[in-house]
Design a protein around this ligand. Structure first.
Ligand SMILES: Cc1cc2nc3c(=O)[nH]c(=O)nc-3n(C[C@H](O)[C@H](O)[C@H](O)COP(=O)(O)O)c2cc1C
Length: 199
């Protein structure tokens, strides 16, 4: 099949999310201006910059209509702070639970039975027990078509000792990240192999 998105009546969502795989899942916690804690998964998520360290996630809502932004993107924009928790195997089911649409006033932390841990440099709590969490201050938001990119500079990181070598470096073999495929499809990151880069 040849694809020309300009002549395509149906959305590209299924095509893109079904082929740009696997995607890591940033589980983003925010605290609203009203003090309510919010937690939601975002698989349109990656590293945007190394120096300064900036992470980004993409919220799929209409740009220029703040009332339609996801709670996460709106809270990040209004408070300037969020925490990205990297989803690993023990947290997969709870992560999925937090993608539910809840009544206003119900926190996804409480709905999914996820314990909060206090953050160090920002107000929103992180997920207690998660192996990698990054506290972020808003760097920028960028409207791109149907989505809003939310970029945050990492101002503090929490890494479990379980992920570290004796020298204090991250050992990726210990990071049991879960990947998003499409729809209800997910993958482990257990089937690993090594390949040296050419000189
Ligand atoms: C694994 C997973 C990944 C998701 N990734 C995204 C994403 O990248 N962008 C997005 O807009 N919604 C994504 N969603 C849907 C949101 O998590 C969902 O709409 C959630 O209710 C938004 O919550 P909020 O309004 O509290 O931010 C994802 C859902 C799941 C289960």
């Amino acid at each position: 099949m040849e694809l020309d998105p300009r002549t395509r009546e149906r959305s590209m969502y299924r095509t893109l999310t079904g082929t740009v795989v696997p995607r890591p899942i940033g589980w983003v916690s925010t605290t609203g201006p009203d003090g309510a804690d919010n937690l939601a998964p975002y698989s349109f998520f990656t590293v945007a910059s190394v120096d300064p360290p900036v992470l980004l996630f993409s919220s799929g809502d209409r740009p220029g209509r703040p009332e339609d932004l996801s709670d996460t993107a709106r809270n990040a924009r209004e408070t300037g702070e969020f925490v990205v928790n990297v989803v690993t195997e023990p947290f997969a089911e709870a992560m999925s639970e937090t993608s539910a649409t809840l009544e206003p006033g119900t926190s996804e932390f409480d709905h999914a039975g996820v314990e909060r841990a206090a953050s160090t440099a920002v107000e929103p709590p992180r997920v207690a027990g998660i192996e990698a969490a990054y506290e972020c201050r808003l760097h920028d938001t960028v409207d791109v078509g149907s989505n809003t990119l939310v970029l945050g500079e990492v101002v503090h990181g929490h890494l479990s000792d379980d992920l570290l070598t004796d020298e204090g470096k991250v050992d990726v073999d210990e990071v049991a990240a879960v990947g998003r495929l499409a729809g209800s499809g997910y993958c482990w990151t257990r089937g690993r192999f090594r390949m040296e880069r050419p000189d």
